[in-house]
Structure formats: structure tokens, C-alpha cells
Design a protein. Structure first.
Length: 87
């Protein structure tokens, strides 16, 4: 099965099932503001806790970071799209 993309796929089908969107990672958020002009709109969100994320990294990187349960860290999400979905 080909990997999904970050694009919105409202009408595409995979294995006979309609796909609402192609992104796999979902965070629940509340809309905090909306600013629009005639071409583009900016929507800001607050994440609603609890939220969990996971990361896959090399063991060498893990050892360099010295990560262990209980450490407080920052997660940097590398993505080119944030797709708001209202179900």
C-alpha cells in the first residue's frame, strides 16, 4: 500500500473505504482565532491535553540525547502542513 500524503483527500478511496484525509497523526485542538483576507486565512489553535506523540530515532541519537522516562523535553514537529479537520 502506498504511503499517505499530507494532502486533503475527501473523495479518494483506499481498499474500498472512503478516506477523509491522508494524514495519520492527529492532535485535538481548539480554534483560538481566525484571520482572513481575500486569498489566505490564518487559523490558530490551542492543543487540548492529554496529547501523546512518539518518535523513532537512531540508538546513537538516543544515547547522545541521554533520554530517559521522566525527562522534560521539547518536541519539534517537522511537517509542511497542518490540516484542520472538523468531524
Amino acid at each position: 500500500m502506498p504511503a499517505t500524503t499530507g494532502s486533503f483527500n475527501r473523495n479518494r478511496k483506499r481498499n474500498g473505504h472512503a478516506m477523509k484525509y491522508g494524514a495519520r497523526n492527529k492532535l485535538t485542538a481548539r480554534v483560538t482565532s481566525v484571520k482572513s483576507d481575500s486569498i489566505m486565512s490564518l487559523v490558530k489553535f490551542d492543543l487540548i491535553a492529554p496529547a501523546q506523540m512518539a518518535s523513532v530515532l537512531t540508538t546513537e541519537s538516543l544515547q547522545d540525547l541521554d533520554l530517559k522516562p521522566g525527562d522534560v523535553i521539547q518536541l519539534i514537529v517537522k511537517a509542511i502542513h497542518v490540516l484542520p479537520v472538523k468531524e
